[in-house]
Design a protein around this ligand. Structure first.
Ligand code: ATR
Length: 278
């Protein structure tokens, strides 16, 4: 029941109306008997500057997720950043505690946890990351810690800049290239661009799928639709195909724990998304 002790969590984005985070978090909060509610807030970029002070002023606010287009902009309003958020240069989770707003980024680790749930420990692997935008940054920074990463992108210069930044910050070499890459040279391919996302579900994959082999793993961060053309083609060739639901769940589960100190039941979160028709 919502009462005078109920604490507030939420999502700040623009737009937010199609987000699955509210149902996922509210279900997990109820499952753990935690007296919180999670709401979606559609914040226009011009109003972002009021959010952190406003949330602090309300007292009841304990934290929020941050999504497109605010993940980088929010940083200038925060009091502290944890190591991952500083490294990635973007925040997807804010915790408000003792009048301080602290920024975290759970996207990269969320992607790793989803991948490792499916295929076991991911270490010393040859990994191809397709795309060099915000989602690619989080995933590449995380996986480059202990894997050999190649970043390919439509705009070569962006792939180069990201690869060089990661190499410098992590002191590990990161390769880069364009979309004419031979995917057959990699064990794991992670697609991070929006190509194939609803409503353009029949869009052709941005990489050549013909060299996908049955011993490869292909992950697509898209979860709507659950099976993109890329994942369908990967499955056809016998490869392991992983969609973006797991990353959505694990980045959320990590945020939930940051806010509440309690580990949510990820199965409850997944089941909620399974039955939620898109
Ligand atoms: P996100 O935060 O979701 O990663 P982003 O930062 O806008 O979004 O990045 C989008 C990524 O998808 C970029 O790598 C972009 O390539 P460019 O850097 O060349 O723009 C890629 N992308 C978007 N549309 C694409 C398309 N039609 N074909 C190939 N790549 C595309």
């Amino acid at each position: 029941m919502i009462d005078s002790k109920t604490k507030l969590l939420g999502l700040i984005g623009h737009p937010v109306e199609h987000s699955l985070s509210p149902i996922m978090h509210n279900k997990a909060l109820r499952d753990k008997n935690l007296n919180y509610v999670y709401l979606a807030f559609d914040v226009h970029p011009d109003r972002l500057k009021y959010v952190v002070d406003g949330a602090k002023a309300l007292g009841t606010f304990r934290g929020f997720n941050v999504t497109v287009p605010h993940k980088v902009e929010i940083i200038k309003y925060l009091d502290e950043l944890d190591r991952e958020a500083r490294l990635i240069g973007a925040v997807n989770t804010v915790k408000i505690e003792n009048d301080k707003a602290i920024g975290y980024n759970t996207d990269g680790l969320g992607a790793r946890m989803s991948l490792e749930e499916e295929i076991g420990k991911v270490k010393n692997r040859d990994i191809l990351i397709v795309g060099a935008g915000g989602a690619a940054r989080a995933v590449a920074f995380e996986l480059a810690k202990d894997n050999n990463i190649t970043i390919v992108n439509r705009t070569l210069e962006r792939a180069k800049l990201l690869a060089e930044e990661i190499s410098r910050k992590l002191n590990r070499s990161v390769d880069y290239g364009d979309l004419n890459v031979d995917v057959g040279n990699y064990e794991i391919v992670i697609h991070t661009t929006p190509v194939g996302m609803y409503p353009h579900i029949n869009a052709e994959p941005v990489i050549d799928v013909n060299n996908i082999r049955s011993d490869m793993v292909v992950m697509d961060l898209i979860y709507n639709p659950r099976e993109t053309v890329l994942l369908r083609e990967a499955k056809k060739r016998g490869a392991k195909a992983i969609n973006g639901i797991g990353m959505l769940v694990y980045q959320g589960a990590l945020a939930f724990e940051i806010w509440t100190g309690v580990k949510p039941d990820v199965e409850v979160m997944k089941r909620t998304l399974d039955i939620e028709s898109l």
